[in-house]
Design a protein around this ligand. Structure first.
Ligand code: FES
Length: 178
């Protein structure tokens, strides 16, 4: 007997007869699983690359890199820098300061009652600014190089000394030419 439209029980919608291709609970599980896996992968990549936010400015070596140097005022005339020491750490033997001038930044240390050293603040490793003092040595916080107050390398990765400039001291003012 031929099948006619009249012999079908009733109209049936597709949603009733075709099951969903993917179970909603299973789809949700896969989505969550993929997101979790991606998060884990990103986290491991980040740590694998040394991706900590402070790494670019953290010392690569071990040991202290001291504290940021106090600033002293530098007056520039031609290539001569004059630094009045009143009110700066340079009033005491063993003190040190950074002098920021239009000619560049310089490190000053008081090595005796009437003696000072003046050094460039440009690290000889990768030319970043040496900005810290340990109490006896200048420190570059970028990769941990340490310099004595006379500019010699006390700890690498720097291998060359800081450029130094002869100083004179009179009237509570340190003067040096660069
Ligand atoms: S720039 Fe690398 S230690 Fe100073």
């Amino acid at each position: 007997m031929p099948i006619t439209a009249l012999s079908l029980p009733r109209s049936v919608s597709l949603s009733e007869t075709v099951p969903p291709l993917v179970d909603p609970s299973r789809r949700s599980f896969c989505t969550q699983g993929c997101l979790s896996a991606a998060a884990v992968a990103l986290a491991s990549l980040s740590s694998g690359c040394g991706g900590g936010g402070s790494d670019s400015t953290s010392p690569g070596g071990s040991g202290s890199t001291g504290s940021p140097l106090a600033s002293a005022t530098g007056n520039v005339s031609g290539r001569v820098v004059s630094v009045p020491i009143d009110g700066s750490p340079l009033t005491t033997v063993g003190g040190a300061a950074v002098v920021r001038t239009s000619l560049g930044n310089y490190l000053l240390a008081r090595t005796g009652q009437d003696t000072f050293t003046a050094l460039t603040a440009v690290c000889t490793h990768e030319a970043n600014q040496v900005s810290n003092f340990t109490g006896s040595q200048f420190a570059c916080t970028f990769h941990g190089s340490l310099y004595t107050t006379s500019g010699s390398v006390a700890r690498g990765p720097a291998t060359r000394p800081l450029t130094s400039y002869p100083t004179t001291f009179a009237g509570n003012t340190v003067t040096f030419s660069v």
